[in-house]
Write a protein that binds this ligand. Structure first.
Ligand SMILES: [Zn+2]
Length: 329
């Protein structure tokens, strides 16, 4: 089964290793994702996020170094995987036997209050942006604010008052005009509804699950699932154990049967067309049943066992995301 995965942190992990003076390789490494494992897992496309912790990273330098490393590694691996900017690029790569890579940002506030810099990120190939990470920023606020909260127990309250700022509204509208996909994972509930109010194209939650199944604030309420579905967007199932099941201490293992529970619930609320994958590989430290990108077949097998049809599984694994990319990019 072909795989499209909307979120991983592999590039930033490689950048960290490089800064420690180690050799890095996207072809073959000890992380969850490399080209070899993607080949084994039958990947069609992987989104590679440049994640920024703006309290600790040198903003401009960090993002530029991450984007540079992404393109350096793609150049080294051009016999296997190539960057895409449009839906047609994905189709061309598929026909030529190449896998595809799409550049995304996790933390939208790396633009120094300037939409000019947002436009320059588009020119550098960025095609999806997660508006916030876990800090309030110039665009909006997250549900889980690491400035004031750090414990797993703090992940069960939802921010319904801090929506998008004026700048945030201009930012998402410029994203839509350019053809950058809006990603609401991490965003506050109030920000989510502002995205609904001030934009019109399909948008995504690239790596979030269902709150009715696991109540952490990184997951989506039933109404949010319904809103994304109504808009024609998609939700990427996140493999983090703590976003799949609630536990006492917040170190749950990531199990395929729990992923299936979220998928079944989303299907019931939003229909099959809103479900996709957003593993969060190389950004999560749970004990994983799907240990890395080479083992994505385990999910397909579990869905077959639960009587999902081949067509439904194709939608979840890649077709739904491609539909959104075709419409927005
Ligand atoms: Zn994230």
């Amino acid at each position: 089964m072909k795989i499209v995965d909307m979120h991983c942190d592999t590039i930033i992990g490689l950048l960290q290793l490089q800064k420690e003076g180690k050799d890095v390789s996207l072809f073959d490494n000890h992380k969850h994702i490399d080209v070899k494992k993607m080949k084994q897992g039958d990947y069609l496309l992987q989104n590679f996020a440049i994640f920024t912790d703006f309290k600790n990273d040198d903003l401009m330098l960090h993002v530029q170094e991450g984007i540079d490393l992404y393109y350096q590694e793609l150049e080294k691996n051009k016999d296997y995987i190539r960057a895409v900017y449009t839906y047609d690029d994905i189709e061309k790569n598929r026909q030529a036997g190449y896998m595809s890579a799409m550049l995304t940002l996790e933390e939208g506030d790396v633009v120094f209050d300037s939409l000019a810099i947002l436009r320059n990120y588009y020119r550098l190939g960025v095609r999806m942006i997660t508006l916030t990470w876990n800090y309030p920023n110039a665009i909006g606020s997250p549900n889980f604010n690491m400035e004031s909260k750090k414990a797993y127990q703090d992940m069960f309250s939802y921010n319904t008052k801090d929506g998008l700022s004026e700048f945030g509204i201009a930012y998402v509208q410029e994203m839509e005009r350019l053809g950058i996909i809006i990603d609401v994972s991490h965003l506050s509930d109030a920000g989510f509804y502002d995205v609904c109010k001030y934009t019109s194209k399909p948008f995504v939650a690239s790596h979030s699950n269902a709150r009715s199944v696991c109540g952490v604030s990184r997951n989506l309420s039933d109404d949010m699932i319904a809103q994304i579905a109504k808009r024609g967007g998609v939700i990427g199932i996140n493999f983090c154990g703590d976003f799949l099941v609630e536990s006492e201490t917040g170190n749950a293992a990531s199990r395929v049967e729990d992923m299936v529970k979220h998928i079944k619930h989303m299907k019931e609320i939003g229909g099959i067309d809103c479900i996709a994958l957003g593993s969060d590989f190389d950004g999560i430290d749970s004990v994983l049943e799907i240990e890395d990108a080479s083992q994505m077949g385990k999910l397909e097998a579990a869905l077959l066992k639960e009587h999902f049809t081949q067509e439904e599984i194709e939608k979840i694994c890649y077709k739904n995301v491609l539909r959104v990319y075709k419409e927005v990019l």
